[in-house]
Design a protein around this ligand. Sequence first.
Ligand code: 5GP
Ligand code: MG
Ligand code: MG
Length: 184
Amino acid sequence: MESHIETILWNQNQIASRVTELAAQISADLLDSPPAAFVGVATGAFLFLADLVRQINLPITVDFIRVESYGCGTESSGKPRISSDLKLDVCGKHVILVEDIVDSGRTLECVIEHMKLKGASCVSVCTFLDKPSRRKIHLQLVGQAKFYSGFQCPDYFVVGYGMDFAESYRHLPYVGVLKPHFYK
Ligand code: 5GP
Ligand code: MG
Ligand code: MG
């Protein structure tokens, strides 16, 4: 698979140490609050969520929500929709949304609003990657809500560690930039 990758931006060790730092930070912030509900945005967040929650030594719940906006290309359609909802009730809970990458912010805006409608008392965000240069939406985090981010990502289309191109490359244990040849 490495022959499909132009550059590796973060390797397995770099990812593991950053996830450990994030888990420590979140755990410290959660110490004095009621049990939090971790919600992964499927499918992209599945590896990050799994690595993160295994280092949270507190009573929490774990669930997934599925949002689709990308289709098969490298540009967002701009209209995210929830295609599979939560299994657990988050009313009155502190929700921590776990995302692979925040780009325009539209997906997160949609999920944050959805959690508020379900009565979540607080909606924090933990994203593995953040592309602030591409943000179109100013995310409304209220009250005690926090925004955690693993790494700032340059403006490339990246794959691996959960992130796909046309549903491939999600299983790569590192994050890399796909060679243009494979998506053009
Ligand atoms: P947004 O709604 O913030 O524009 O996009 C969020 C979603 O688009 C992410 O959760 C992710 O699934 C997808 N996305 C954005 N940038 C990238 C990227 O560089 N690579 C991949 N594979 N997916 C991306
Ligand atoms: Mg995502
Ligand atoms: Mg995708």
